[in-house]
Design a protein around this ligand. Structure first.
Ligand code: BTN
Length: 260
C-alpha cells in the first residue's frame, strides 16, 4: 500500500481491534489530536474512539513542550478511554509498553523504555506518550492517551531534537508503513487495556523493558536536581532513587525529567 494512502478508509481497513478504534476520526491536519479527542470525550464518544492526524500544527508533549508533528510519515494518535482511577494511573505505562512491543516485533534494533514513559530506539527517543484526564471531586470523567511515533522523520529540519531523537526508518533502514505500526500499536493497547480491566498490572513487563533500572541517573524535578541510582519502579510507576548518602526518594512520574 502506498505511503500516501493514509486516510480514514485505509485506517479503518487495517484495524483488528474491537474496543480501541471502535470509532475513527482522521484529519489531514489538526492543532492537536489531544484537543479533538477531549472534545469528543466531553460529548460522550464511545470508549476506544481514536483521533489521528496527518500533521499537527500545535502538537504537545509532556510539561507543555512542543511535539514536532510535520506532515508525512509519523503517527499522531489520541485514544479516548473511560477508566477507573486505578486503571488511569497505569495508562501511560500501557501506552509505552504497547509501543515497545510493536517496535520489538517489527524491527531488529534495540527498543527500551526510559522512565517515565519514553521509548528509545538504539538509545534515542522514537516515541512519546502523553496522558491527560478530566475529573471531578468524585469521579474521573475520561482519559485521553496521546501517542506520537517518529516513523520517517527528517530530523535535520529540527535542530533542537536532532541529537536526542530518531525515527523507526532511520534506525532500521527499513521503509515501514505507518499503517502497519498503527495496527500493531492498537492491537497492543487493546490487549494491555483489557488486562488492566481485570486488574492485571503491566508493571512487571514495563520494569523488564526499561533501560533505567540499576543506572546512575540525574532527575530534574521542578528546580531540584536529584542524583542517584535508579533502584526500582513501584506499582504506580514511580521511580525509587537511591541518593549517594543512601537515602531513598520516590519520584512521581508526572513531575520529572530524566537525563541518563
Ligand atoms: C512526550 O514525550 O512529551 C509526549 C509526546 C506526545 C505526542 C502525542 S502526538 C499525538 C498526541 N497529540 C499531541 O498533541 N500530543 C500527543
Amino acid at each position: 500500500m502506498s505511503q500516501n494512502q493514509f486516510n480514514k478508509n485505509t485506517i479503518k481497513k487495517i484495524i483488528k481491534t474491537e474496543v480501541i478504534g471502535s470509532e475513527v476520526y482522521y484529519f489531514d491536519s489538526l492543532p492537536s489530536t489531544q484537543d479533538k479527542a477531549r472534545s469528543l470525550a466531553v460529548e460522550g464518544t464511545p470508549e476506544g474512539t481514536i483521533v489521528i492526524a496527518g500533521q499537527q500544527t500545535a502538537g504537545r508533549g509532556r510539561f507543555g513542550r512542543n511535539w514536532h508533528s510535520p506532515v508525512g510519515q509519523n503517527l499522531y494518535i489520541s485514544i479516548v478511554l473511560y477508566p477507573d482511577r486505578w486503571m488511569a494511573q497505569r495508562l501511560s505505562v500501557i501506552a509505552s509498553l504497547a509501543v515497545i512491543r510493536t517496535l520489538r516485533a517489527m524491527t531488529d534494533v534495540e527498543v527500551v523504555g526510559k522512565w517515565p514513559n519514553d521509548v528509545l530506539l538504539n538509545g534515542r527517543k522514537v516515541a512519546g506518550v502523553l496522558v491527560e484526564s478530566e475529573s471531578t471531586a468524585n469521579s474521573l470523567n475520561f482519559a485521553v492517551i496521546g501517542i506520537g511515533i517518529n516513523i520517517s522523520f527528517n530530523l535535520t529540519a529540527f535542530p533542537d531534537i536532532v541529537s536526542t531523537a530518531t525515527s523507526v526508518n532511520h534506525e532500521t533502514g527499513l521503509n515501514i508503513n505507518r499503517l502497519q505500526v498503527l495496527q500493531e500499536v492498537l492491537t497492543n493497547v487493546e490487549d494491555l487495556y483489557s488486562k488492566l480491566r481485570i486488574g492485571t498490572s503491566p508493571l512487571q513487563e514495563w520494569r523488564a523493558s526499561m533501560s533505567t533500572i540499576g543506572k546512575e541517573v540525574q532527575v530534574k524535578s521542578g528546580d531540584v536536581i536529584h542524583h542517584g541510582v535508579a533502584r526500582d519502579i513501584d506499582d504506580e510507576g514511580n521511580l525509587l532513587l537511591q541518593e549517594p548518602d543512601g537515602t531513598h526518594v520516590t519520584l512521581i512520574a508526572g513531575d520529572v525529567t530524566t537525563q541518563i
